[in-house]
Design a protein around this ligand. Structure first.
Ligand code: PEP
Ligand code: MG
Length: 936
């Protein structure tokens, strides 16, 4: 059975119909809810209630709770009992405050109906504005406002929006035009005007008729006139928009629960399009790109909100400081008094919420209304700077600043940027909307982008503007380039939220979807045509659009980053190590702050050109003597590797894992290679073929690997242990501090560990005797099997430390092959059978529980047992995933940031110290999980 989001929403407790209070009122300086009620009122609703309590001017209205939405799904799309009565009562309350009546032909109240889930899902769900208009109320609006043009403009917007959102009258596909936009364009052309604002009341009235005719043509029925019917169906459409494919994709991407449902805010309309003393805009209380202080936003005079967000008209800056040459006057210049009121509201809201806010506002005839406030999305660099600045401004403390760091965004700081050296072949310049360096082939639609990604291609999505329908394609791109739309356009906001590179408002490019090309006109009159499939590079930090591939370089970290990391280092209790297999990686990781190596996979060294033949000779040999002869050649090379790593990690521990993969992995499988090896080793091709065949296994991951190799061929671990300890003594003799930790993989029983321990101890004593000196070392085990977790008390009798190999532990707990899961896991994720890929985010419930048992049992035997994680999850959210809820939320950010810095090589290790007393965070960082043994 395919489970849809509807099933999930229906799963939310309570599963039956919502009862009791369904609507919560706000406005006129009071509210029934507050900021703490996000789950019930949604983020937008909770913000409106809180603002109203604060005395910030918000248009009065009421919120239908998320329970109404989940009840709507649970009750087969029927509203709960009391729904209509409660709406009518709340509506009466709003009518009294505003002094207008819903549906009244002379003094009509108009409403906005907006979605709003407990987390921000920008543009993913639906809204209907100007609700309540029909042929009668529009005349009342025209008379009361004294502006028939405004009234009919509102009416035609309502018909278009209602028909799109509620009735489903849409463009055919993402390369075709919106039917209502087309009619609008045609009207402007027939009237010989360029701007929407130049159409007079008569033209707009005609458009209303044409829009309605289009609806009838497509559906056979018209747009309803009854305001009450409009309201109830619009609320239904808002609830239904929780389930649109784009909203589901967005929730999947961000790990949001499908069962939450959305709230719905019904609010009296205020108008930014009633003349030149009206405006509408969006602003951030700081620059979301750099984090710089100062109001940052855009507005449009005489317009409605969707004009700004949709990027249909390019807006003007709010603050004069942000004005570029050629821009129209800023709000600060043209509406000084309102600007000061806005500034005041921004300051109040920022101080109240103690974070940068993203604010939507409308000015109606000089009166400022705040329509929404929420914590603003920001880039990685802005996140770091804002947190650091807020500490200086005494709004938050250092701990809060650290906790506000999103590890995924921290990794943005480490993304490459374009090299300054080579000349840039700039063919166009747009707004630097979201930083980063993106190189890819040009595609013009979301579908193309998705298809290209499935083929492993890197693409840049080029569109006139993006809309929420493009979301799946936007995910698939390296970067986004739009011809229209400012810093707060859909493309810019979504890209910044994801840390994806975006150049917007690149007005010098003319896109022709039908021809599959765009033309870029340079200032000198030169025109460059870029076709679908051509490669371009876009710079989200400068707005440059360049032809061809531009080289990239490593970024420079902002100064605030070091400051935050220093606070983090002070606060944390976890140690962060890296996974590294070479001296180069080790040195790099150390430079980034790694406090040791949590995992050196020795098999990666075996593939080096200077040793693979000896390794193969060892494997192909049929006798212990033959294997020892071959291993003697490997020994000095491995010793050299370990010496390099120990030098790089002077003073820090290095965990070296003894050989783990099945030997078959090291043998050549193609006939030509087999022949080469046979010749080089002086054996027959048949011998090689026979040995390759004899080593083949049905389930190599569950086969002859890990500690099992040492039980059958003890000489392998003996030689490796010798190489480690000789290297340790040699590097110690150079005056360095070496802390070797020898780790045995895939242990299932105490007896296995005991057997190997005997071998290693004997080798160690021999090496110390030969070299006349000793070095401290420890021997520990990886915990990669459920059996090992549940018998960890016995295992700990033999082990100095545990390192949870969560890659294999996930594989063995789920019985899910990490090599093959990629074939079917995507379906699990698509259908929400699994919420997360367990190889990316640790499965708290199953694998996490086993880890917890392992730690508790291990420490029951050996209270000082050192514990860590070396699977890929160690670089991510594992600790948060495993730990019990509640309590201190400290550290994973720190650990992850550190691991991230430490990694460079893409993985991290976390030494989990006293972790059972720590608590989780919702960090979501994910590193690619290596499939197989990393040979490819
Ligand atoms: C693990 O299994 O988590 C681990 C670190 O080992 P590998 O990925 O090499 O199997
Ligand atoms: Mg493993």
């Amino acid at each position: 059975m395919t489970r849809t989001a509807a099933n999930h929403a229906a799963d939310k407790e309570p599963t039956g119909a919502a009862t009791g209070k369904l609507t919560y009122r706000f406005g006129d300086g009071s509210a029934e809810g507050d900021a703490s009620m996000r789950d019930l009122l949604g983020g937008k609703g909770a913000g409106l209630h809180e603002m109203s309590r604060l005395g910030v001017p918000v248009p009065p209205g009421f919120t239908l709770t998320t329970d109404v939405c989940t009840s709507f799904y649970a009750q087969e799309r029927r509203y709960p009992d009391g729904f209509e009565e409660q709406i009518r009562e709340s509506l009466n309350w709003v009518e009294q405050i505003v002094g207008a009546t819903f549906g009244d032909a002379t003094n009509p109240l108009l409403l906005s109906v907006r979605s709003g889930a407990q987390v921000s899902m920008p543009g993913m769900m639906d809204t209907v504005l100007n609700l309540g208009l029909n042929d009668a109320t529009v005349e009342g609006l025209a008379t009361r406002s004294g502006d028939p043009r405004f009234a009919y403009d509102s009416y035609r917007r309502f018909v278009a929006m209602y028909s799109d959102v509620v009735l489903g009258v849409k463009r055919d596909d993402d390369l075709s035009a919106d039917p209502f936009e087309e009619l609008l364009e045609a009207k402007k052309e027939s009237r010989g005007v360029e701007l929407d604002t130049e159409l007079d009341a008569g033209a707009l009235k005609e458009l209303v008729g044409e829009y309605k005719a289009e609806v009838r043509r497509q559906l056979g029925t018209g747009c309803p006139d009854d305001p009450w019917h409009q309201l109830v169906t619009a609320i239904g459409a808002v609830f239904e928009s929780w389930e649109t494919p784009r909203a589901i994709i967005y929730r999947n991407m961000n790990g949001y629960d499908h069962a939450w449902g959305t709230a719905c805010n019904v609010q009296s309309m205020v108008f930014g399009n009633l003349g030149d003393d009206c405006a509408t805009g969006v602003c951030f209380t700081r620059d979301p790109k750099t984090g710089a202080r100062g109001i940052f936003g855009e507005y449009l005079i005489n317009a409605q909100g969707e004009d700004v967000v949709a990027g249909v008209r390019t807006p003007s800056p709010i603050a004069t400081a942000a004005r570029l040459e050629g821009d129209p006057p800023s709000m600060e210049e043209s509406q000084g008094e309102t600007y000061r009121k806005l500034l005041d509201a921004c300051t109040r809201l920022e101080q109240h919420f103690t974070d940068m806010q993203d604010i939507e506002f409308t000015v109606q005839q000089g009166k400022l209304w705040i329509l929404q406030t929420r914590t603003g999305k920001r880039t990685g660099p802005a996140m770091v700077k804002i947190a650091s600045d807020l500490v200086d401004e005494k709004m938050i403390d250092e701990r809060a600043a650290i906790l506000r760091q999103d590890p995924e965004q921290i990794s943005e700081l480490l993304h490459p940027v374009f090299d300054d050296g080579p000349a840039r072949n700039v063919i166009a310049k747009g707004l630097a909307a979201s930083p980063g360096a993106a190189v890819g082939r040009v595609v013009f639609s979301a579908d193309e982008a998705t298809a290209a990604m499935e083929q492993g291609q890197k693409v840049i999505l080029v569109r006139i503007e993006t809309s929420p329908e493009d979301i799946s394609g936007m995910v698939a791109t390296q970067g986004i380039l739009t011809a229209r739309g400012g810093m707060t356009s859909h493309a810019a906001v979504v890209a910044r939220g994801w840390g994806k590179c975006c150049v917007s408002d690149c007005s010098s490019i003319a896109i022709d979807y039908a021809k599959g090309e765009f033309k870029a006109s340079a200032a000198d009159g030169n025109v460059v045509t870029v076709k679908r499939g051509d490669t371009i590079s876009i710079d989200g930090s400068t707005g440059d659009v360049m032809l061809g591939v531009m080289p990239t370089v490593e970024p420079v970290l902002p100064p605030e980053f070091e400051r935050l990391m220093a606070w983090a280092d002070e606060a944390r209790t976890l140690k962060v190590r890296t996974n590294a297999d070479t001296p180069e990686d080790a040195a790099k990781a150390r430079a980034f702050g790694a406090e040791g190596i949590g995992l050196t996979r020795t098999e990666h060294m075996f593939f080096g050109e200077d040793r693979i033949l000896a390794v193969r000779q060892m494997i192909l040999s049929g006798s212990e003597a033959g294997r020892r002869e071959a291993l003697a050649k490997v020994l000095p090379i491995q010793r050299g590797d370990f010496e390099g790593i120990f030098r790089a990690m002077d003073g820090f521990p290095v965990t070296i894992r003894l050989l783990d993969p099945p030997l078959h992995e090291f043998l050549p499988h193609k006939p030509a290679e087999q022949k080469e090896v046979a010749t080089a080793l002086g054996v027959s091709l048949e011998d090689v073929e026979r040995r390759v065949e004899s080593l083949a296994e049905f389930n190599p991951m569950l086969g002859h690997r890990g500690v099992r190799l040492a039980i059958t061929y003890p000489e392998i671990y003996e030689v490796q242990a010798r190489a480690i300890l000789e290297a340790a003594l040699n590097v110690t003799a150079e005056g360095r501090t070496v802390i070797p930790e020898i780790m045995v993989p895939l242990v299932a029983t105490p007896s296995e560990l005991e057997a190997v321990l005997g071998q290693i101890l004997a080798v160690a004593e021999a090496v110390f005797a030969e070299m006349g000196t000793r070095v401290d070392y420890t021997i520990g085990t990886m915990i990669e099997l459920p059996r090992t977790c549940v018998t960890a008390d016995r295992i700990a009798e033999q082990a100095d430390f545990f390192s949870f190999g969560t890659n294999d532990l996930t594989q063995t707990t789920f019985g899910l092959s990490r090599d093959d899961a990629g074939r079917f896991l995507p379906s699990y994720l698509d259908q929400n059978v699994l919420e997360k890929d367990p190889f990316v985010e640790l499965d708290r419930e199953g694998v996490g529980a086993l880890v917890k048992i392992g730690v508790e049992k291990g420490r029951a035997t050996r209270p000082d047992l050192k514990v860590g994680i070396c699977g890929e999850h160690g670089g991510g959210s594992v600790v948060g995933g495993v730990l019990p809820r509640g309590g201190l939320q400290l550290r994973v950010v720190l650990a992850v940031s550190g691991a991230d810095r430490a990694a460079g090589c893409g993985t991290g290790s976390v030494a989990v110290d006293r972790w059972l007393s720590r608590a989780p965070t919702r960090s979501r960082i994910s590193f690619a999980t290596p499939r197989g043994w990393g040979r490819a």
